[in-house]
Design a protein around this ligand. Structure first.
Ligand code: SAM
Length: 209
C-alpha cells in the first residue's frame, strides 16, 4: 500500500495506467475504472458536492448524476493529471486546500482516501470538513497506512455523529460495492485489518452561512 507522500510520485508516473492501477488495484487486470455507487442513501437534495481526494475523477460520473455541481480536490500533481482527463461539464477542480475550505458544500465524499493520509493531517481535514458541509460520506479501509484505525481517528476528532457502518468489498460480477454486513460505528472503530466500510457522518458543528 502506498504511503501518503507516495501519492505525489504516483501522480507524476509516466504511464496513466500506472496511476489508475494505484487508485484502483486490479485495473490493469481488467477492473473497469468506473465509480463505486454508495450503498447507503445520501442526503437529498444535493446542490454542491466535494469529492475529496478525487484522483482522476473516477467517481465524477456518478456524482454528476446525483448533484447539481461537483468539485474535486486532490494534491496538485494529481489535479494536473485529472485536468488532462476529459471530464463531464460542470466539474470544478481545486488543488489549494486553503481555497477549497472556504467553500460550503451539501456533502463531502472521501472514497478510499483517508486511509492514505497521516492521522495528524486527517484530524485537521476532518475539522475542516465538519465546518464545510453538514454531511461526509466515507468509504475507507479500516486500517490506515499508518496503522491507525480510520474510524477511531474520526471518533477522536469529535465533530461527527456517525451512522451505521456498512462492510463492503468489490463485486467482481458488477464491479460495484458488494454489501458484506452492517456494524455499529463503535465496533468498527475497534477493528484492525484491511476490511472496508462505508459510513455517513453528520457534522455537529456545521452552520449554513
Ligand atoms: C486510492 S486513491 C482514490 C481516488 C478516488 N477517490 C477514487 O476513488 O478513485 C487515493 C487518492 O487520495 C489522494 N490523496 C493522498 N493524500 C492526499 C491528501 N493529503 N489530500 C488529498 N488527497 C490526497 C491521492 O492523490 C489519490 O488521488
Amino acid at each position: 500500500m502506498p504511503e501518503a507522500s507516495d501519492w505525489l510520485a504516483i501522480a507524476r508516473s509516466k504511464d496513466p495506467d500506472d496511476v489508475r492501477e494505484q487508485i484502483l488495484t486490479g485495473y490493469k487486470a481488467g477492473k473497469p475504472f468506473t465509480p463505486y455507487e454508495p450503498t447507503i442513501p445520501l442526503p437529498v437534495p444535493l446542490g454542491d458536492v466535494l469529492d475529496f481526494g478525487c484522483g482522476l475523477g473516477r467517481n465524477f460520473p456518478y456524482l454528476r448524476r446525483v448533484a447539481e455541481r461537483v468539485s474535486g480536490f486532490d494534491l496538485p500533481p494529481m489535479i494536473e493529471r485529472c485536468r488532462a482527463v476529459p471530464q463531464a461539464e460542470g466539474i470544478s477542480l481545486f488543488d489549494d486546500w486553503d481555497a477549497a475550505k472556504t467553500t460550503r458544500f451539501d456533502l463531502i465524499i472521501a472514497s478510499l482516501v483517508l486511509q492514505h493520509i497521516d492521522p495528524a493531517m486527517t484530524s485537521v481535514r476532518l475539522e475542516d470538513f465538519a465546518r464545510m458541509a453538514p454531511y461526509v460520506y466515507l468509504l475507507s479501509r479500516v486500517e490506515s497506512d499508518f496503522q491507525t484505525n480510520v474510524f477511531e481517528d474520526i471518533r477522536a476528532a469529535g465533530r461527527f455523529e456517525p451512522g451505521e457502518c456498512v462492510g463492503v468489498d468489490h463485486d467482481p460480477a458488477t464491479h460495484q460495492l458488494r454489501v458484506l454486513g452492517r456494524a455499529p460505528f463503535d465496533d468498527v472503530r475497534k477493528l484492525s485489518g484491511s476490511g472496508h466500510f462505508e459510513v455517513l457522518l453528520r457534522s455537529n458543528v456545521f452552520q449554513r452561512a
